[in-house]
Design a protein around this ligand. Sequence first.
Ligand code: NAI
Ligand code: 3PY
Length: 323
Amino acid sequence: MKRKPYIFITRKLPAGALEQLYHSFEVSMWESETESVPRDVLLKETQKADALLTMLSDKIDREVLEAGASLKVVANLAVGYDNIDLKTASERDIVVCNTPDVLTDTTADLAFALLMAAARRIVEAAEYVKEGEWKSWSPLLLAGHDIHHKTIGIVGMGKIGEALAKRATGFEMEILYHNRTRKPEAEEKLGAQYVSFDELIQRSDYIVCLTPLTAQTKGIFNGGSFKKMKNSAIFVNASRGPVVDEQALYEALVSGEISAAGLDVFETEPINADHPLLTLKNVVALPHIGSSSTETRMEMMDLCTYNIEAVLTGKQPKTPVEL
Ligand SMILES: NC(=O)C1=CN([C@@H]2O[C@H](COP(=O)(O)OP(=O)(O)OC[C@H]3O[C@@H](n4cnc5c(N)ncnc54)[C@H](O)[C@@H]3O)[C@@H](O)[C@H]2O)C=CC1
Ligand SMILES: O=C(O)C(=O)CO
């Protein structure tokens, strides 16, 4: 009898999310919900896998892809795919899929929440109350920065960038953006103005990064860029950690070159609890939860399972990454 195609899932996912796969395929998954699959297990499982359902924390490099003699598809549970070696995937005719669209609004909500939390010192203020520091109402107690009518600069005006800009219009913000290409429709619809990267970082009160991580975006926020920002600027990163030089960000926050930062992503994830950035009150740090609403995560899983089933049954996946 012909063997059923084998799918390996690199993290424990709710069984319900995978129902449609169990009918026609052999499926197994790494047993932990919270810890990444060890490298040796990933390599061993890939040797027999026709499909991998991967997390953004898995490094799917040449070694892994070459281990998969019958590997046909890698479905990443993320829109970002900087963890996957696309060149090798293309050489080996392995389809790579991601999860665009379904997470756009949820991630834009979080990016705006991070901006607001950093501006209005929400985390610091909540801790202040819980730690019993609150003695009386006072005129400048935990005074933050206004958001309404300020200027937001979005670097990476893609799907999430546009959804964030839409939220900013509700706060009557001036919207600047910088993108790989100019987007006249977004300009018309959102009243956004295209500017150079330098102009954006100089003019904005809030600078939000929403680019993918690529060779071009790695380290674009560095000592030089923080120097050009206003001293009152608030920097928000909801894209990928390595777009920022974290040492330079730390220095800019300590020296007062910029005012605060809201960070959902870090150079190394999970960030070490001793990391200097985490000692600063003007940093709001989150554990990479941009798309983490239950509804959206379930939709991301559905999209991954759809894509895997499509490739393994000779159909078109919905969201293949261009190789
Ligand atoms: N924090 C989180 O949990 C999440 C993070 N992300 C990150 O957000 C990124 C964006 O997601 P989407 O908006 O769905 O992708 P998208 O592909 O729709 O948008 C990315 C935009 O960045 C622009 N871009 C690329 N290189 C650039 C450069 N060098 N300079 C300026 N602009 C550049 C592109 O032209 C595009 O408009 C993902 O690649 C991922 O890394 C996405 C979802 C959740
Ligand atoms: O989709 C992504 O790229 C994320 O970072 C998590 O949703």
